[in-house]
Structures are given as C-alpha cells and as structure tokens.
Design a binder for this molecule. Structure first.
Ligand SMILES: [Zn+2]
Length: 136
C-alpha cells in the first residue's frame, strides 16, 4: 500500500493531501484515553479524529495509522483486529520514515527522521532488522 501511494504521489507521500483527495475530514478532539485516533465513516462522511493532546510527531504518525484503516476498508482487507493494528503501525512508521539506512541504529533513525524511538523501532522491525541490542 505504501508503494502504491509513493507511485501515486511521485515519491513524497503527503498525509494531508491524501485526506483531501479522498474526502476525509480531519478533526481534533479530546479522546480521553479511548484512543490516539480513529477512522470513522457513515453515510457519505469519512473522518479521522485525532487526540488533541498528541505531540506533532505522534499526530502525523496517528494520521498515517488511521489512513491505513481507511485504505484497508476501501480494499476490503479481511484482517483480524490484531493484524490490522500491526499493519497500520508498520504503514505509519514506513510513511514517517520512508528512506532509512537499515544499518543505522534506532537513535540515528529517530534523529534523522524527527520521530520517536518507538516509531524508529517499528520502522526497523518492518525491515526485519530490529534487534534489541541495537538500543545499546
Ligand atoms: Zn488502529
């Protein structure tokens, strides 16, 4: 799915533009610990609701995560809840850090891409390169 978006948008994949193109409205609300974000659809409304108190990094990560759920719903992917959450996390990490040197450590990936350690960890895990000792 990430490859498809990279081709569609010519390399750089802009989350906000995708929402505009797909007619998805973005709203920020206090979600009171229910979730960091959610994708909702009903009638002819599609919306991504983001927790208002997220940091800028977590906001864009969560936006990507919810976009995965949108695209999965369009493509009628029959995933278990667990699988879909894992795929949404990987998709978001990949979208936040599209180009990484897999020989780099989490610290470098986090700094180069201006993301959290958790996002950098997921990104390396996506490449099958993550090992716990990379933290040291
Ligand atoms: Zn999710």
């Amino acid at each position: 799915m990430h490859d498809y978006l990279v081709i569609r948008y010519g390399g750089f994949v802009p989350a906000i533009k995708i929402c505009t193109d797909e007619h998805i409205v973005i709203r920020e609300r206090l979600l009171d610990g229910i979730a960091r974000g959610m994708y909702l659809e009903g009638g002819n409304i599609k919306a991504i609701v983001l927790e208002r108190r997220l940091s800028e990094i977590d906001r864009i990560y969560t936006l990507w995560h919810e976009l995965y759920h949108y695209f999965a719903s369009v493509h009628k992917k029959n995933e278990s809840f667990r699988a879909s959450e894992a795929h949404a996390n990987y998709f978001a990490a990949l979208s936040c850090c599209p180009h990484v040197d897999i020989n780099h450590i989490i610290l470098t990936i986090a700094e180069d891409n201006n993301v959290t350690f958790e996002i950098a960890r997921l990104r390396l895990q996506y490449e099958g390169m993550y090992q716990f000792n990379l933290l040291h």
